[in-house]
Design a protein around this ligand. Structure first.
Ligand code: NAP
Length: 270
């Protein structure tokens, strides 16, 4: 695990109702946005990278987290705004997550937003699936998200916050050749709803975004024409289009325990 050096400087901290909020300022010194500390797991590439970019554009300070520290750093450095960080952390490893959240709380303060976009697939028919691949998928996609939520909650309990987990339309509808991946994503749905109930009284909201086919490294090897025929909107989605849904849920103060499909209508045809 590695913490990148601060990339710049933010404006200032102010206290509101006991909560540490951070604001950025426009050129004429007007307060333009309330900034929060946002941790994006799987923030180096694909959907997580698009989420990191959008959060940074909104004036939030972002901690980009992924296994590959160079990739996380490249993303953190590319973000608009200042003071973003990167951490190398494997979310399938509990000790990595513990270390990451200890570092974040010591060096950056309380987490306001958590986005769980770290994910892998090892698609195969169940009969051909290797046990180690099944464990990797479950540990990364499901247990990893549970553990990062637990890590972030410790600091959210006193200040409130919002979490978005990234599921999949496959978790809702199922798909041949994706039994384990589908189970990991369906598990996230139950987890998200239960956690939303558990922490609502502490002003912490938990929601799930379930994408369909999105143009990232994860779908790079797919036979695109076949897939596109099944999508009512007739195209793959862009990571930025998922990021907009994530931001919407992070910022919507009266939505919790919700699943939002971002799939070009794919769920209608499956
Ligand atoms: N693309 C789609 O069509 C699609 C559809 C539905 C759902 N999703 C879900 O959306 C999420 C993002 O997918 P994507 O398409 O953006 O994938 P991607 O382009 O392959 O990016 C995955 C990200 O997760 C990180 N990651 C993977 N394993 C990790 C681990 N053990 N610990 C920490 N970080 C890890 C990767 O960085 P490192 O490799 O450096 O760790 C990378 O930043 C996933 O949960 C995926 O299941 C994607």
């Amino acid at each position: 695990m590695r913490l990148a050096p601060p990339i710049g400087h933010h404006a200032q901290f102010t206290q509101h109702g006991g909560n540490p909020f951070k604001f950025t300022f426009s050129d004429n010194n007007e307060r333009v946005v309330m900034s929060r500390l946002a941790v994006v797991c799987g923030g180096s590439r694909g959907i997580g990278r698009a989420v990191s970019q959008l959060l940074a554009q909104r004036g939030h300070r972002v901690v980009v987290l992924s296994r590959n520290k160079e990739a996380a750093q490249v993303t953190a450095v590319s973000l608009p705004g200042e003071n973003h960080l990167c951490l190398s952390c494997d979310v399938s490893k509990e000790e990595d997550i513990q270390r990451a959240f200890e570092t974040i709380s010591k060096t950056c303060g309380p987490v306001g937003y958590l986005v769980n976009a770290a994910g892998i697939n090892r698609d195969a028919l169940l009969l051909r699936s290797k046990s180690e691949d099944m464990l990797s998928v479950l540990h990364t996609n499901l247990l990893g998200s549970m553990l990062t939520c637990r890590g972030a909650l410790r600091s959210m309990l006193s200040h409130g916050g919002a979490i978005v987990n990234i599921g999949s339309v496959v978790g809702v509808k199922g798909n041949s050749g994706q039994c384990v991946y589908s189970a990991s994503k369906a598990g996230l749905e139950g987890f998200t709803r239960s956690l939303a109930k558990e922490v609502a009284t502490r002003n912490i909201r938990v929601n799930l975004v379930a994408p369909g086919f999105i143009r990232t490294d994860m779908t790079a090897g797919l036979e695109k024409e076949d897939a596109v025929r099944r999508i009512p909107l007739g195209r793959f989605g862009e990571p930025a289009e998922v990021a907009h849904a994530v931001l919407f849920l992070l910022e919507s103060p009266y939505i919790t325990g919700q699943l939002l499909l971002v799939d070009g209508g794919l769920q209608l045809t499956l």
